[in-house]
Structures are given as structure tokens and as C-alpha cells.
Design a protein around this ligand. Structure first.
Ligand code: PCA
Length: 214
């Protein structure tokens, strides 16, 4: 049986919920493209988030790892293209840590690419009538940290693919942030299910524009 690991994060930054965890939790136990989905929650803590993820990878030995986080203010499901080697926190994490310009891996490269077929995923989610796009930055907070550490770890594991997806607020969060866009939880779940399906089914990414001019 094929195995997939998806993760979300605990709430952070004063929010009572984190849709990334609620959405991936809804996929726990599903079978997608002959693969069993296991969902786990990561702490929003620089020091512990990746260690938690790595333990789950070691325990499950999945062929695909997709980490999901909340990106309040974004208006679409965003497929992250690249993780960069820096922690620069504009707010404290859930343990009170706020690193500034700290490398994630002292000797590591500047960045790692996602190994998900991000263009094909964006196309498939849009085809299903939901908003999606490629994102050129996962930020410099805990999500980028986990994404970078994940891709660094996977660069040493043959045949395991991985990447990062940011999701918008759900409407009940946006109601407390005037003007912020949102996407209902059930749509986030649908979009993430498509992301897993495409990741399991597509080996070579689609040749489609997904860039930005700024
Ligand atoms: N989003 C944060 C960390 C946890 C989460 O869900 C981020 O984008 O870094």
C-alpha cells in the first residue's frame, strides 16, 4: 500500500484555529490513488516543528510528504515553489522564539525546490473551480523553516517527494480581519485532496506559466 503523510499546524499568532490542520485532519485515513493518507499536526515552534515531522516520516516511511500551513491574507490555495535558508520572524512562535536572519542549516544551500508537480496541481485545482496559484515565497517563519528542513532531508532520501502548500483563512477568521479573503474549509479540503491526487499521479510537472512580475 502506498503511503502519504500530510501535516497541518497548530494555531498561532492569536488565531483560535488553524485551517491547515482542520483541512488535513479531514483527509486522515482516506485512500487517494491507492495511497493511505495519514494526517499529523505540527507545533508552530521553530525548534520542534521539523523534529516532529521527521519522527512521523521515519515512522510512516511515506512516498509523499505534503506540509500545509495557514497564510492569512492570501486569496488562493498556494503551491510553494521554493524554500529558503533563513529564519526571520516578524512575530514570536508559540514558544516565544523570534529568530532574526538565522540560517536554517549553516552549511546548507540558499534554497531547495519543491518536488511536487506544482503547475499541474494549480491547473487541476482551478479545473475543479477553486482558486489556486504558484507562490514564489513561503515567507521566513515556521512554515518556510519546516519546508526547507523537509526538502533538505528528502534530498537524502531517494524517491520521496515533498513540498508545501499554504491555505487562506476560513470565513470565520476573515470575519475578524476586515477585508481579508477566505476560502471555506470544505473547499480547502477538496483542493488538498486534488493536490495529493495529482502529486501521486503526475511524475513530470506541466509546462505552464506560474510566475509573477513582482
Ligand atoms: N503558518 C505559519 C506557521 C504555521 C502556519 O500555519 C507560516 O506561514 O509560517
Amino acid at each position: 500500500m502506498r503511503r502519504v503523510l500530510v501535516t497541518g499546524f497548530e494555531p498561532f499568532g492569536g488565531e483560535p484555529i488553524n485551517p491547515s490542520w482542520l483541512a488535513v485532519q479531514a483527509l486522515d485515513g482516506e485512500t487517494i490513488a491507492d495511497a493511505t493518507v495519514s494526517a499529523r499536526c505540527l507545533p508552530c515552534v521553530f525548534e520542534h516543528a521539523f523534529a516532529t515531522l521527521e519522527r512521523e516520516i521515519d515512522a510512516l516511511e511515506p512516498e509523499l510528504v505534503v506540509c500545509v500551513g495557514q497564510a492569512g491574507g492570501r486569496d488562493a490555495i498556494t503551491l510553494e515553489r521554493v524554500a529558503i535558508n533563513v529564519d526571520d520572524a516578524s512575530i514570536p512562535d508559540n514558544a516565544g522564539a523570534q529568530p532574526i536572519d538565522a540560517p536554517i542549516a549553516e552549511e546548507g544551500p540558499v534554497g531547495y525546490w519543491s518536488s511536487l508537480p506544482i503547475k499541474a496541481i494549480v491547473a487541476a485545482i482551478r479545473e475543479a473551480g477553486l482558486p489556486a496559484k504558484v507562490s514564489q515565497t513561503a515567507g521566513t517563519f515556521v512554515c518556510n523553516h519546516v519546508f526547507y528542513a523537509l526538502m533538505r532531508a528528502l534530498s537524502r532520501r531517494d524517491g520521496v517527494r515533498g513540498g508545501f502548500v499554504h491555505v487562506p483563512y476560513v470565513p470565520e477568521q476573515a470575519a475578524r480581519h476586515e477585508g481579508a479573503p477566505s476560502l471555506p474549509l470544505e473547499d480547502q479540503v477538496r483542493a488538498l485532496r486534488i493536490a495529493l491526487e495529482v502529486s501521486l499521479g503526475v511524475q513530470r510537472d506541466a509546462h505552464l506559466a506560474g510566475g509573477a512580475t513582482h
